[in-house]
Design a binder for this molecule. Structure first.
Ligand code: ATP
Ligand code: MG
Length: 261
């Protein structure tokens, strides 16, 4: 059975896709069989791995509406051990479908679809959209845990209480095994006092939920790094595009902690 991890935060532009793509690639680099599942209609994870619309006919939308099996939409990527379930803007249509109150178990559609492929992968990493709507609820309901990227900027913790409430509600109801794997500070800039303040706040409130490669060592922080921002335009994870950049090292460290369990 695979370990299923959602990357979620309803705040936009905090580094969800970057984290999903680079964590998935770093796990694959360690020899783990990984499926990156793009469940955001923006399809940024799909594009980040070098796929454009004409490259694939079917996507996760077709899986969720039941016209394709998940295994039928999965694409091989240029990275060994890394497969992708692509998304497409058409996925916005699923929201309507999922909002239909007559649809039974609408929070559990994705979970049911993942069962078919679960034995084929060590990890399934889900990139979710910037909303706490039915798509993200489906992702969280299907997951063992969630990683929450926190952008080290002003308003970083805004909306976090709502996300944490949602996680705890799901835990009490339809997904008792759901855990918060941890918070990942992203786009950290050492010269910026705001960055330092956000990290200090996170350490104060969620000390046990930050990622540590070694006990006693500072927590994993993804630095603001131009290579990370450039990599998607080359259709590559940063771990391939600039393999020894600071951004790559941070995501490899995260993968080390995730593999350790
Ligand atoms: P959305 O909510 O729209 O899905 P997101 O949370 O997935 O956004 P990303 O797309 O990962 O966020 O990142 C937002 C932007 O910031 C992107 O242009 C990305 O390349 C850039 N970015 C992310 N992390 C870093 C970083 N550590 N250093 C520099 N740029 C970064
Ligand atoms: Mg995204």
């Amino acid at each position: 059975m695979s370990e299923i991890i959602s990357i979620a935060n309803q705040k936009g532009g905090v580094g969800k896709t970057t984290t999903a793509v680079n964590l998935a690639a770093s796990l694959a680099e360690k020899g783990k069989k990984v499926l990156l599942l793009d469940i955001d209609p923006q399809s940024n994870a799909t594009t980040s791995l070098g796929f454009s619309r004409g490259d694939y006919e079917f996507n996760i939308y077709h899986v969720l509406i039941g016209s394709k099996k998940l295994s039928e939409v999965v694409l091989k990527t240029a990275i060994e051990n890394l497969s992708l379930a692509p998304s497409n803007i058409g996925l916005v249509g699923i929201e309507k479908e999922f909002y239909n109150p007559n649809k039974k178990n609408r929070e559990l559609v994705l979970k049911a679809k993942l069962k078919e492929v679960s034995s084929q992968y060590d990890f399934i990493i889900i990139d979710s959209p910037p909303a706490l709507g039915p798509i993200t609820i489906n992702a969280l309901s299907a997951s063992d845990s969630v990683i929450i990227p926190i952008q080290c900027e002003f308003f970083a913790l805004e909306g976090l209480a709502q996300l944490l409430n949602t996680v705890s509600l799901l835990k009490k109801t339809i997904n008792p095994k759901l855990k918060i794997k941890g918070f990942l500070p992203t786009m950290y800039s050492g010269q910026n006092n705001l960055s330092k303040q956000v990290l200090a706040d996170l350490s104060h409130h969620f000390k046990d939920k930050l990622f540590h490669v070694r006990k006693g060592k500072e927590c994993i922080v993804v630095p603001r790094n131009v290579k990370i921002a450039e990599a998607p335009s080359f259709g590559k994870p940063v771990t391939n595009y600039a393999t020894s950049s600071k951004g790559s090292l941070a995501y490899r460290d995260l993968a080390t902690v995730i593999v350790r369990g």
